[in-house]
Design a protein around this ligand. Structure first.
Ligand SMILES: [Zn+2]
Ligand SMILES: [Zn+2]
Length: 249
């Protein structure tokens, strides 16, 4: 076991014990999904296993991967206003609604950092399902410049640490985010081309794998994933897949 993996595993055990102790001595806490009192906040064991970790792999849109309501194999949005032209495969795990919104809020904005471990497990399940026996590289969607300095961490980078050291995936930082002034009141097309300007290829990198998996937390319009895929394709990556934890409906 390498030293980083050892430290990360020890950290997980320490965090879990600390949280357990904390919930025993502190005010009773409720599961954000079923509202029952539990010791493994924010989700109880049963909701974690049966709601969050249970992934529906069937009946998905062939293009954006969202769960389908109709019989057609491509969703209405992808038929009418397709965004993902350079992304070969997309799998967003859960619809962003109800308690899942609270979960993402806790992770991203309330610094509930141990959720990274919960989520890494889900990404690993999806990767194993679609890319078995493959030494596939993971490419994180990079945080905005200065975020790590301000906040101390970035949720996607944190997640990638688990994917690298616990699950053994190769993580390559092939993309960089640049600081571009936020423009308000843009229409849909302007917004899409604005997002394209936010990313560039990381020239410090000297590896070009044939196929990669882009990792982000949520897909809303798909413009971020698409902008990243386009850049990666322009720099020689032949197949770009993407996995996100949530999708906005
Ligand atoms: Zn629960
Ligand atoms: Zn679709």
């Amino acid at each position: 076991m390498n030293i980083k993996k050892f430290f990360l595993k020890s950290k997980i055990i320490f965090d879990k014990s600390f949280r357990l102790l904390f919930t025993v001595f502190a005010e009773p806490q409720n599961c954000i999904c079923c509202d029952k009192m539990c010791y493994s906040v924010p989700l109880c064991k049963s909701c974690y296993e049966n709601q969050l970790c249970k992934i529906n792999f069937n009946n998905r849109c062939k293009i954006c991967g969202k769960e389908l309501i109709s019989e057609s194999s491509v969703c209405l949005e992808c038929r009418e206003q397709p965004v993902l032209h350079h992304t070969d495969f997309m799998f967003p795990v859960h619809a962003y609604k109800l308690w899942k919104k609270d979960l993402l809020f806790l992770w991203k904005l309330k610094n509930v950092r141990y959720l990274s471990e919960y989520f890494a497990k889900i990404y690993n399940t999806v990767i194993k399902n679609y890319f078995p026996d493959k030494n596939i590289c993971i490419v994180p969607v990079p945080p905005r410049p200065g975020k790590i300095k301000e906040k101390g961490w970035d949720q996607i980078q944190d997640l990638c640490k688990y994917l690298k050291y616990i699950y053994g995936y190769k993580v390559l930082n092939l993309l960089k985010r640049i600081n571009v002034e936020q423009q308000k009141s843009l229409n849909r097309n302007q917004r899409l081309s604005h997002i394209e300007k936010l990313f560039e290829y990381n020239c410090k990198n000297n590896e070009t794998p044939d196929e990669i998996i882009l990792i982000d937390d949520i897909i809303t319009t798909g413009a971020t994933i698409e902008a990243c895929s386009k850049i990666l394709k322009e720099h020689g990556i032949k197949k770009v897949n993407a996995i996100t934890l949530f999708y906005a409906e």
